[in-house]
Structure formats: structure tokens, C-alpha cells
Write a protein that binds this ligand. Sequence first.
Ligand code: ADP
Ligand code: ZN
Ligand code: ZN
Length: 722
Amino acid sequence: MSIVRVALDIPLHTLFDYTVDEPVVVGQRVIVPFRHRSMVGLVIECEDTTSVSLTRIKPVSRVLHDIAPISDSLLKIMKFCSDYYHYPIGQSVMSALPASLRGDKPIPIKSVPNYRLRADIPSFETVSSRKVVARRLLEKLALHSCTRDQLNRLSTSASAQLNWLIKEGWVEEFDSPVQRQSIHTFSCAHKLTGEQKLAVDGVTKSSGFHCFLLHGITGSGKTEVYVHLMDEVLHRGGQILLLVPEINLTPQLEGYFLSRFPDTALVSLHSGMSDNARFQNWQRAQTGVAQIILGTRSSVFTELPQLALIIVDEEHDSSFKQQDGLRYSARDVAIFRANGAGIPIVLGSATPSFESYHNAKTGRYSLLTLTGRAQIEARLPEIKCIQIKQTVMHEGISVVLLHDIERCLARGEQSLLFINRRGYAPVMMCRECGWLSDCKHCAGKMVLHLKEKRLRCHHCGYQLRMPTVCPGCAHPELHPVGSGTQRVESILQSRFPDARILRVDRDSTRNKRAWQKMRDQIHANEVDILVGTQMLAKGHDFPALTLVGVLDPDGALYSGDFRAAEKLFAQLMQVAGRAGRSDKPGTVLIQTEFPDHPLFRFLQNHDFDGWAALQLAERRMAGFPPFAFQVILRAEGMSESEVYAYLNQARQAACELKYPVDILGVVPATLARRANHIRAQLLIQADTRRDLQQFLHAWQPHLDSIAMQKLRCSLDIDPLEF
Ligand code: ADP
Ligand code: ZN
Ligand code: ZN
């Protein structure tokens, strides 16, 4: 009999001891009794002794053998997360596993069938030449065995033809437990530019762990650099993890990479997939069958025995940071992972985060730059500001912009209006009594969704029918204030009744296939004007788009969040990058009250370096990241006094510890009330990561001792939101 120490999904900073009388190894899943239920856990340590009394210790109910044990290297990453993000070990481990592995039953493992030619078949010539697809399948299978997925890539009728070939005795199915593709084909579409080649060589010639920042303007061909790096790794039989910020981008990227590596086993991992599909792909990565893993944030925890390269695309994107539970940054965990595995990692972006940029400038990372657009014809767009106080405005859209849209329509080209707010109007107002559409559960306003005739709170989801008279004074007229995507859409529709207008935001793309369909429409030139939020800004290539209008960006210029301007610059750079990507030049018009703001000046010159230098100098003066390391302790609860009492006690304990950290005051959160919960926070910062971590380790036991059942509390290390 031996003792195992097990990680369980329990909010305590400890492992749980059990006895077991069969052989068990670290990394195996076990079912154990806990309180009055049965739970799945992961064995973290195997011991001969325990400090728990043997009369109280319970036996493991069942050891699961369905999948190979979790590897030491992945366990190390999970432990790092628990330690660095100060999140309970069991919860860290469990949130890093695919959902299918968190259930308390073994999962049936299905192997993916392979297909091969049967022995002694006659010449392919005997298959009718009219069966074009069947013949292509045979030719492919003559090279190597394939999965159905791989064959499906050849034609939409591949599956039916495969069934026919099986029926006719040409092809047979067989189970192969682990079969890696030995053939590797690469379709080299472009000759690399000089800069691209330098970047590729920089990475391939490095050895061991090395972090690279690939800073390339939009359209400079970063993807091409990735593809060449992947090619090199695939030749060596290594696996590649490619992290991307958006689920929406994965189908498009998947198609793209498959077109470049037609014989490669590529799997996607993202939250839009069913648990089962996701697990199947995870397992293909674990068994080494999958060679390229394309995934969002959580795929950084995929088991990858042959991992040889990590790429983080759009590394600045805030969706790499998880905002609840284990609040990890997938980019930072990826760097830790690359370090542990002794492999290179490439962070790519047109607008790197100031953290990464600073690290590259100070030599901790190697900087690779692409300064020109890859296609010679593609020029950078011209960016102009429109001072809204000095032009005639038509319902929030300047006539200058309207004229340009009109000309664009006449030329048969696309235009895009970018406004980062969905709904019709952000608030409704009564001009008689000053009533505003406050959410009764939150400190925010209810947004008008005119089509649905509803007021909706975007913070808590609370909804009301749109009032017909003022709820305050019964005045019969209420006014929408400001604009969201819906309103811009309807203004444009009445101004350009013949134009085909498409709105792209979270409301219009809620339906699973909606966005895919919209993208096809845009590419087929079935759309004249696009109205959308940041969803439209990221990574999409719309060749016919030549005009971008930006409405209402000013909120971020003087925001209390010191990262707001950084984010705005990145977003505008990205939307601007959508314009004029092929041979037609693009124009960007920004409507603002502050055309002289440095952000717009640097943007107009496409000068990220200048902008970053200015911002970093300001951050240094103010003592903000990347020159300081931060943690936020957040608390929320129904009772204001309890929330503040908890945070004040925590603050008191922090002060008494006397560590070299700056302890700021307890303040209300940006949204001080959400869904009837009062929210407040405490910010602490230090000059070095190490100081902050040492302090946190000392502080944690105090936080545990003052924890209150009724409060929801969390530590957010390296927070991105305030
Ligand atoms: P980024 O990801 O940096 O915005 P992309 O990788 O999408 O840029 O490349 C922009 C365009 O340039 C794509 O259409 C791509 O096919 C093309 N391209 C990339 N590299 C080259 C090259 N070396 N020569 C010619 N065209 C290229
Ligand atoms: Zn609300
Ligand atoms: Zn009123």
C-alpha cells in the first residue's frame, strides 16, 4: 500500500492524501471520495508516508488508465501557474485539463481509423476515368495511408468516393494507434523578402530557449515567416503550438495552414468546439499524431511530447489573459513553457505589448522587424483626422466621411466604419426630467437595442422592454444618446438606400456559422459598407476594402486606465491595416475632437516605435508597468461594508508585512456595482517581479485567514483590466 497526494478541484492551497493498493504513477487520474461525493483528481506525488493519521485516510476508489499519465513537463507548468498566479493547486491543475478529463468516469478512447490501399489491387486505369475524385484518392493513398479528414481535404465528395472504394475492394480501413505522417510536403508560395529571411534565419539558427519578438507592420508577411519556421520544424519531426487570440480566426487560419502543409496533421483547440471534439484533438496532440496545434488561450496547456516551437500571434491581444478563475496570461505561460522545454518562442505583432517591446529593446528578447509590406504594390494607407468640432456632422458622421463613402461606392470598393460599441445607442434619456436608462442592478447604463425594442445591460444581462414614455415623468418622448453599431447601420442605410450594408458585432454573429457566412459575403464582394466593432479589426484580409472610418475613439485618450491608449493605438493600427491591402491604396478617416493628440500623430506616420518610446517614457515616470509589477486584490459581495472591511483588513495585513511594495488605497472598481454586487479593489505594486512574488507568498496565509464565505475574492497578478 502506498500514499498518493492528489490535486482536487477544491479552493484550498493543498493536496489531499489517499492510500492506494495498486501501482500508480504521478500524472495519473484517480477517482477519490471527498466529503460525501466522488471526485476526479490528479496524482501529483507518490509517497510512502503521510502526516495524516492512517485511521482517517481513505483509499482511492479507482485508478483511471484511459489515457497516458500527464507528463512531468506539463505538471511543471501547472505548478508554475498555481505558484505564480497564487491560485489553489488543485484548481490550477483541473482548469488546465480538457473538460472531458475532469469527469469522474474513464473516457472511451476512440482511435481515428486510417485508410490504405489493399494489397494486389489492379492498376488504377481500371477505375473509370470519369471517377476523377476516386482516382485522386487512390493516387494519394498510393503515397501513404490517410485519415478520412485528410482525404476530405481533396474534394467535397471525397467521403462518398472513399466509401465506394472500400465497397469495391480498393481500399481498407485499419486501426493505427500512433501513426505519424512521414511524408511532409510544403507549398512554398513566396520567395521571402530580405527582412523575412533574416527573421526566419534568426530563429532557426538559435539553439535552446530563446524568446523572439517579431514586430512587423500589417501586411508585412508575418504569417509567411511562421510558415517557413513551421516547415523547418516539421522536417525535424517536431510539434508546433500556434496560439491565436480569437476563435473566429481559427477556421480561416486552419484552412490557410492546411493549404500550405497539405499532408500535415493539424488540429484546432478552442472553446467553440464540443468537449468531445476538443478532447479528441488534445489526445492527438498528446500521442504525437498532431503536428500543428492551432488554438486559443487554453491550448497552452496541451500535452505536446515533441514540442519544438511556440508561436504567439497577435501577442499584444488582451484575450490571451484569462479574466476569471486561474487568471493566467497564455503568452507568459507559453514563454515559461518554451523556457522549460528549451525551445524557441516567437511573439508576433504589428503593435507589440509594451511589456514585450520593452523586453526586446532591453535585450531580454531578440527583436526581429519587418518594416515593409510584403507585396510591393500594397502601400500603407493614408491616415487623416477629422476635427468633429469644425465639420458639419450628420447624426454623428461627418459629411467628409459620408462623401468618401459615396465615392467608394461609386468605384465599387468596400468601406468599413469602425465603432467599438454594439447596440443602437449606449443610453436613453428624457430631456424633460433628466431620466437615464440606468441598470437597476449595476452602476452602468442600459443599452438601447432598437431592433429588438429592448434596453439591455451589457454587464449583467438584465433586459427590459423599451419604455414608450419616460419612466421618470411620463413624458412621451425619450431620446437615444450617442451611437452604437446598429444606429450607424441605420443612418447609413437611409443615406445610401441602395448600398449593401453588413453589421458585424457580437449581436449579429451570435449564431455559430454567421461570421463565416459574412466573411464569405465580404470576399465575394456582396457587401459595400461594413459596420463593426473590433471583431472586424483583427487579422482579416479584405482585398476590396479601401476606406476605413473610425467613429468616436476619444473615450480612450483620457481614460483612467493607463493601458487604454495603448489598446486604442493597437486597434486603430489594426483597422487601418485592413485598408488597401492589395493593389488599391487605402484611406483612414478618424473622427476626433483631439486631432493633435500624440496618439493620432504617431498613427498618421505609422510610427509605432515613436509612440512606444513616448508611452514608455511616461510609464517610467509614473512607475507603471513594464517598470512596475502589479497585483490587484478584488472583492465583491452584496454588503458594501463587508467588501470594504475585508479589503481594509487585507491592506492592513499587507502593511504590517513590511515588504518593499507600494500598497495603494482600497477603491471602488471601475464598475462599482454589478448584478447587485458591490465591487472594490486594492492595488499593490513592486519594482521587481521577485519582490512582488515574495510579498504575495507572505501575504497569502493572511488572506486565507480573513476570507469570508459571502465574498467573492480574487488575486489578479499582472492585471490588464482595472
Ligand atoms: P501580416 O500577417 O504581417 O499582416 P500576411 O502574412 O497576411 O501579413 O501577408 C500579407 C500578404 O503578403 C499576404 O497576401 C501574403 O500572401 C503576401 N506575402 C507574404 N510574404 C510574401 C512574399 N515574400 N512575397 C510576396 N508576397 C508575400
Ligand atoms: Zn446590469
Ligand atoms: Zn422624464
